[in-house]
Design a protein around this ligand. Structure first.
Ligand code: MIC
Ligand code: SF4
Length: 645
């Protein structure tokens, strides 16, 4: 029986467990990446693990999220990360060099290798045939220390692409179509593998847009084969020698199949406030817009920018619209400057931002009150733009650019003929903003620069005998990590200070939550389906840990967040019967007696007794050997320290 591409790469990297779907496997990690908003914690954890030099083939620390330096905190964090990187064998991509996923694809990604990153959009690397997975910072720290990364051996979904995209229909429309079909929870436990004749019509940046936003499906990752198109991209990046051809076997067996005829796709948009709320422009209508933001790791490649410049050429941004453009990397920005396209954008009235995440993470450019904002980004969760009433639509760069001119949501096919946009034979290569680490012999002399905002990892404790406490919060379905631990320019500078950032935990849903949880000392949270979707930020687990949360009981979890809860020593529980969600409310007193003994004895079904109503609620606590030991130890940090001894 033939293998899928996913299975081939995983088989080459498996170090623990067996390739049985649904079971836990440990894989060897070749490369890691971190960004600054999750990186400070990840490096504090790496320091706590105590391994002197990273053991991966390549580890890179990027500065791209917290680039608004509105006080000393972010600049201090940049210096901390830069110094840790230098000492411990990590390449350091300086602020200004670009968004981690864009730069990693350009300069470091290698087909067939494994990459984990402390950012949920790490699957961008799947665009050149990597198994690239988003993870919590602690998992990345462990991988840097040479430890395996554990995932559930995934199901593999075949997405067969046929045909060719029509003019002005974009890669963004492909992934929006997949989101429409599968929904934001449809990818959990799965890898999305693209194949078929249509693949070769898509360039690497287009493939990367698709794998990037596969994160919004909840998928473990997404992957494209590595073919002649990949080779040409790597050649243009001066890295042809890392190329290898990779594809699934002809007779590979998949768990699910989806067919998409690229020729039939039309321009789409994800409407507020979920990436799977997808409609065609026709269905939405020509609504009046206030803002357009072009950029983010989904759509900031040179190819995207070439299309945008073509559309803006000789035009002026509509008087009622603010247009911002953030090219994804220094390489992209520099090439736009050299070939004159930047001048076209400036001339049209675009507000050029630095090569960083910027508005995508609420670092500036919040829309006006009730503002309608078209963004080429990947997430439109409530509040993420920095305002509670912003109406965010996720669209292709083509649709964004033309709408910025017309002032209303516009079908890009109205532009008329589309030129044949071609990537250059050679990109401009200058890695002068990537600082290599110090030689091993010099590492002792590198001083770690620790600013006053950097506080240690919160205290953990081994799992208690019984849990007896109150429910401090009850929330609905599809709670994102942006609800649990909001981002934005005000809160992000606190990413290295858990006590301070905890004061903002869940405030989008309930402003009183942090105070209430803290005063209760211990409590649990109750939630609905797909709890914790979105970002990889482990702060969404560390802040609850700091606030005394002992367990989270929900209908279902998103993958990375569940792993982060376990890593933080918080018990992840799911209802056996989803209807029992109605039998437990905020303020109820609950008990889970003998929880430690039951978990030690590998019991997977526990009982939550609601002392307020008298209801007995059966819950699942599905922990395998390793995750069980992590929970018993009080989290991955304690567990790793124990096991590295
Ligand atoms: C995001 O897009 O939500 C982020 C910000 O990049 C996060 C990481 C973070 O919260 O720092 C992610 O995707 O993991
Ligand atoms: Fe940055 Fe946005 Fe990409 Fe997250 S999704 S890495 S915030 S650009």
């Amino acid at each position: 029986m033939g293998l899928t591409l996913t299975e081939k790469i995983l088989k080459n990297h498996i170090v623990d467990g067996e390739m049985i779907k649904g079971s836990e496997i440990g894989i060897r990690i070749d490369q890691t990446l971190t960004q600054d908003a999750t990186g400070t914690m990840a490096y504090l954890e790496f320091e706590a693990i105590g391994v002197p030099r990273v053991k991966t083939e390549r580890s890179v620390a990027y500065i791209d999220h917290n680039t608004l330096q509105n006080g000393f905190e972010n600049a201090d964090d940049h210096r901390f990360i830069g110094s840790v990187a230098k000492k411990h064998g990590i390449y350091f991509s300086r602020p200004g060099n670009g968004i981690c996923h864009q730069v990693h694809l350009e300069r470091f990604g290698i087909p067939g290798k494994t990459l984990i990153g402390s950012d949920s959009h790490t699957p961008t690397g799947g665009g050149i045939g990597m198994i690239a997975i988003g993870a919590g910072g602690l998992d990345v720290a462990v991988a840097m220390g040479g430890g395996a990364y554990y995932i559930t051996c995934p199901k593999v979904v075949k997405v067969e692409l046929t045909g060719k995209l029509s003019p002005w229909v974009a890669a963004k429309d492909v992934i929006l179509e997949v989101l429409r079909i599968m929904s934001v929870k449809g990818g959990v436990g799965k890898v999305i593998e693209y194949c078929g004749e249509g693949v070769k019509t898509l360039s690497v940046p287009e493939r990367a847009t698709i794998t990037n936003m596969g994160a919004e499906l909840g998928a473990t990752t997404s992957i494209f084969p590595s073919d002649e198109v990949t080779k040409q991209f790597l050649r243009a990046q001066g890295r042809e020698e890392v190329w290898t051809p990779l594809a699934a076997d002809e007779d590979a067996v998949y768990d699910e199949e989806i067919k998409i005829n690229l020729s039939e796709l039309v321009p789409l948009a994800a409407c507020p406030h979920m990436p799977d709320n997808v409609k065609s422009v026709k269905e939405i209508g020509n609504i009046k817009i206030d803002q357009v933001c072009i950029g983010s790791c989904t759509n900031s490649s040179l190819l995207d920018m070439m299309k945008v410049a073509h559309i803006l050429k000789g035009k002026t941004v509509h008087p009622d619209v603010s247009l911002s453009i953030a090219p994804g990397s220094k390489q992209v920005l520099n090439m736009l400057a050299q070939n004159g396209l930047l001048s076209i954008m400036i001339d049209a009235g675009a507000r050029i931002l630095e090569s960083a995440c910027g508005p995508c993470i609420g670092m500036g450019q919040s829309p006006n009150s009730k503002g309608i904002s078209l963004r080429t980004f990947n997430r439109n969760f409530l509040g993420r733009s920095g305002t509670k009433d912003g109406q965010i639509y996720l669209v292709s760069p083509e649709m964004a650019a033309i709408s910025a001119i017309t002032g209303v949501l516009t079908d890009p096919r109205d532009i008329g003929e589309m030129p044949d946009f071609k990537l250059p034979e050679k990109f401009v290569i200058n890695d002068n903003m990537i600082v290599p680490p110090a030689d091993e012999k010099d590492m002792d002399s590198v001083e770690i620069l620790r600013g006053p905002n950097i506080k240690p990892y919160p205290e953990t404790a081994p799992l208690v005998k019984d849990i007896k406490c109150k429910v401090s919060l009850k929330v609905e379905d599809n709670i994102t990590t942006d609800h649990i631990m909001p981002a934005g320019a005000k809160i992000l500078p606190l990413r290295s200070n858990i006590p301070a950032i905890s004061q903002h935990c869940f405030t989008v849903c309930d402003e009183k939550f942090p105070e209430r949880a803290k005063s209760l000392g211990q409590s649990i949270i109750v939630g609905g389906a797909n709890y914790g979707q979105g970002s990889s930020r482990e702060h969404a687990a560390l802040a609850p840990l700091y606030l005394g949360i002992k367990a989270v009981l929900v209908k279902s979890f998103a993958r990375i967040h569940r792993a982060n809860l376990i890593n933080a020593g918080i018990l992840p529980l799911t209802f056996v019967n989803e209807a029992d969600y109605d039998k437990i409310n905020e303020g109820d007193d609950i008990e889970i007696m003998n929880v430690r003994a039951d978990i030690e004895a590998d019991k997977t079904e526990l009982t939550v007794v609601n002392k307020t109503t008298g209801a007995n609620i059966p819950v699942l606590c599905e922990l395998t050997g390793r995750t069980k030991d992590i929970i018993l130890a009080g989290g991955l940090l304690d567990y790793t320290r124990e096991n590295l001894k």
